[in-house]
Design a protein around this ligand. Structure first.
Ligand code: UTP
Length: 406
């Protein structure tokens, strides 16, 4: 009974007592599950409506463009391979997202994009990483972030496929945390009478989730100094690219961001810039017309480079970010829930908010960033939608262009 009163007090303090509405109808196990979830949940993220935080002064950031990279490619590659061979570089796959736009039920990585044979998204990524493994002559630790919604499915799929030829002892799974999801007035939904509606808390918490999941023991034990963090859905990206690692190290930067030249001023990619003199990323939906149309004295667009969610972080500086306050992004979403009569609802339109922190906001918390251009046709084929822009269709065309058999 003590736990019940503890939970009730916590809920009263944040106006969420309705979550105990069905408590007295529940079985002993269900009561226990609900109370534990309430006690573990951070309700402070819940807010009413969107409240965008004001931005600082934005100015352009210099980019290391392809011609400059190509002039020093061999030197960068040598330096990067040295880091990899001495075990100092590892990869972090962000695979905790819901992939709602793609609309498939399983984790995004198990999506089969093959045409004449099976080719899974996870398989494409592992093939890309294997290119570096072969070149360096050693395996690279790969940390995989999942969420409560897709953990079992992800782990069992990769095990069943024998990690597509990767050495399983170098693959480590950890779960990200969940955040409560609420209606438009800030009341957290129930998904079941004994369970709050939750959603993965965004990709910004990856490092603190690594810490909570015990991954930093592996990082420390192996002397890993660089973490290359990448999204699950870009099937063309180079992972632990030695040229990128070497360039970031030789530039003395604490983070590197792979970027592409934007295809159009309003392309839906986050734009890299300086904000109050620090590296920063402005999401495409926050871009002002002024930023979109700004030109340098040479006539080129001032904000011409978009991030592709492939970052290289220097580990020592990450430790300082574990408890840093990150901006919270409030995203409208379709949230499965119970209606006032306690019936299950699977909404067809958004019915509330989820709360996320984003990895791109970590860039602003760090002092120096190497903005590293890559060729978009060779390294950028994101799969967000089934058809159209950034889709299975467009990724297949780009894979073909790069000689991948489908
Ligand atoms: P997206 O922004 O594309 O989100 O994630 P998503 O949830 O996968 O897809 P939609 O918006 O519902 O269609 C970019 C990357 O960040 C990861 C995703 O798995 C993807 O690799 N991510 C996103 C997480 O790991 N956790 C999250 O909570 C959100």
């Amino acid at each position: 009974m003590f736990k019940y009163f503890e939970a009730l007090e916590k809920l009263k303090a944040c106006g969420q007592e309705h979550l105990l509405k069905y408590y007295h109808e529940l079985s002993k196990e269900e009561k226990e599950a609900l109370l534990s979830q309430i006690l573990d949940t951070d309700f402070s993220v819940v807010r009413v409506g969107k409240s965008d935080e004001a931005r600082g002064v934005i100015s352009p950031i210099p980019c290391t463009e392809l011609d400059r990279i190509n002039a020093r490619r061999e030197e960068y590659e040598r330096a990067g391979l040295e880091e990899i061979r001495s075990g100092k570089a590892a990869a972090v796959l962000l695979a905790g997202g819901m992939g709602t736009r793609l609309g498939s039920d399983g984790p995004k990585g198990v999506y089969n994009i093959g045409v004449t044979h099976d080719l899974f998204i996870f398989e494409c990524l592992i093939n890309n990483l294997m290119d570096v493994v072969k070149k360096a002559g050693c395996f690279i630790h790969l940390f995989v972030m999942t969420s409560d919604k897709n953990h079992e499915a992800t782990v069992s799929f990769l095990k069943e496929k024998d990690y597509f030829g990767y050495d399983g002892s170098f693959v480590h799974f950890f779960r990200q945390e969940m955040a409560p999801a609420a209606d438009y007035s800030g009341k957290v939904y129930l998904e079941e009478k004994w369970k709050l509606s939750t959603s993965p808390n965004g990709n910004g918490g990856w490092y603190s989730s690594m810490a909570k999941g015990g991954m930093l023991d592996i990082v420390r034990a192996n002397g890993i100094e660089w973490l290359n963090v990448f999204a699950v859905d870009n099937v063309l990206q180079r992972i632990c690219d030695p040229v990128f690692i070497g360039a970031t190290k030789l530039a003395g930067c604490v983070v590197g961001a792979k970027v592409i030249k934007k295809a159009a001023p309003d392309e839906r990619v986050g734009v890299i810039c300086l904000e109050d003199g620090h590296p920063s990323v402005v999401e495409y939906y926050e871009l002002t017309d002024e930023m979109m149309n700004a030109k340098n004295p040479d006539g080129k667009p001032s904000y011409n480079f978009g991030v592709i969610l492939n970052y290289l972080f220097h580990v020592p500086e990450l430790h300082e970010l574990v408890n840093a306050k990150m901006p919270l992004h409030v995203v409208e979403k379709k949230i499965p829930c119970l209606d006032p009569e306690g019936n299950h609802v699977k909404p067809e339109k958004p019915n509330g908010y989820k709360y996320e922190t984003l990895i791109l906001d970590m860039i602003h918390l760090l002092d120096s960033c190497l903005v590293f251009e890559v060729e978009r046709e060779k390294e950028f084929a994101p799969i967000k939608n089934p058809t159209g822009i950034d889709s299975v269709e467009s990724a297949r065309a780009l894979l073909k262009l790069n000689g991948v058999e489908l």
